[in-house]
Design a protein around this ligand. Structure first.
Ligand SMILES: Cc1cc2nc3c(=O)[nH]c(=O)nc-3n(C[C@H](O)[C@H](O)[C@H](O)COP(=O)(O)O)c2cc1C
Length: 325
């Protein structure tokens, strides 16, 4: 970890302080009204330990090729969209930081112009389309993303039953459940790799394989889609075991640090996404904050890979984890 850069904790504290100054709370900071998902996720991640070795340690390499892109880190920005407190430049600021850190960015709800501006920063971009009831809108957005130069596309099926704010559900007029038959047609309609985001269940993961998806993102949408949806790190291992050789398995929801990322990789993910942490970094220091956060998280991941004798990301598996209760 660089001595000069602010630490991950310092970045989060600064982001939080800046948000308090404008009287904003992070939309998902409380998760659900019970906070059950974030608490269980945190408790589970904090119960996993490494047994570090310090003699004859190998150099570690955090680089990865994902959707044809050579990246410096397996930690990426999960699908984000504008919340009222964010500046108009939020998306290009995030993308600039992401590009500088050698990562990739997923972009969620938002228009075509914003998507183009983000792509123009040079960051590899993945467009995540909502599970709209109007199917033609899904095709339109996917083909727009393809035309503009996204490296992949996907859908957050986790919003098929609407969006949660506490225990209030909204968006059900616009969004709705998707059938695997329609998803198969959507996937076949694009030459880009397709990601099904919001998979927590083995059956959905197997359907993703059957309909030709390139990846699943194991995610409970930062506790924003379903009350008591299984915490991602707990849902991940059986999914990775069953379909991990057939498509790319990604994870997000509740990962905040390099050590969290290493645990996600050890539990079977190929790469680990972050949403709220990126927003915190954005609020701390704009594009530089995002770049610093990714660099510091990757530095911690690197350090812990050395200590767990994992020279490459493919060397990481669940044998490096010990559960302490
Ligand atoms: C401000 C904000 C906006 C988001 N917008 C979207 C979106 O439009 N589409 C989507 O699939 N996920 C969206 N998400 C969810 C993230 O992609 C991701 O699943 C989640 O934040 C991961 O959990 P974490 O915040 O604990 O890292 C959003 C998250 C945040 C914080």
């Amino acid at each position: 970890m660089s001595q000069e850069l602010p630490t991950v904790s310092e970045i989060y504290v600064k982001g939080q302080t800046n948000m308090e100054k404008i009287e904003v709370k992070l939309p998902f900071s409380l998760g659900t009204y019970t906070s059950a998902i974030p608490n269980a996720t945190r408790n589970y991640l904090d119960s996993l330990f490494f047994t570090p070795c310090f003699i004859d340690t190998a150099e570690a390499d955090t680089s990865i090729t994902l959707f044809g892109q050579k990246l410096k880190t397996p930690v990426f920005c999960s699908a984000l969209s504008k919340y009222p407190f964010m500046s108009d430049n939020w998306a290009t600021d995030v993308a600039t930081g992401i590009a500088k850190a050698g990562s990739l960015m997923m972009l969620g709800l938002g228009g075509s112009d914003e998507l183009q501006k983000v792509i123009d920063t040079g960051a590899p971009v993945i467009k995540i389309v909502k599970p709209y009831r109007r199917t033609e809108l899904i095709y339109e957005k996917i083909h727009d993303a393809e035309k503009r130069g996204c490296i992949a596309v996907g859908m957050d099926v986790s919003h098929a039953l609407g969006r949660l704010r506490g225990d209030r559900v909204d968006g059900t007029d616009m969004r709705g459940p998707q059938t695997s038959a329609e998803l198969k047609k959507i996937i076949a309609s694009t030459k880009l790799p397709f990601i099904i985001k919001g998979v927590l269940n083995l059956s959905d993961a197997e359907k993703a394989v059957a309909i030709g998806a390139a990846a699943v993102l194991v995610s409970n949408h930062a506790a924003n889609s379903f009350l008591f949806g299984l915490p991602s790190p707990l849902a991940l291992p059986p999914i990775a075991e069953k379909v991990g050789k057939k498509l790319v398995v990604l994870v997000d929801s509740g990962f905040k640090t390099g050590n969290d990322a290493l645990k996600g990789l050890a539990l079977g993910a190929k790469a680990v996404g972050m949403g709220n942490p990126i927003v915190m970094a954005l609020m701390a220091d704009g594009a530089t904050g995002v770049e610093n956060l990714l660099n510091q998280i990757t530095a911690e991941l690197h350090r812990s890979m050395v200590a767990t004798n994992c020279a490459k990301l493919v060397d990481i598996n669940k044998s490096i984890l010990t559960t302490v209760r």
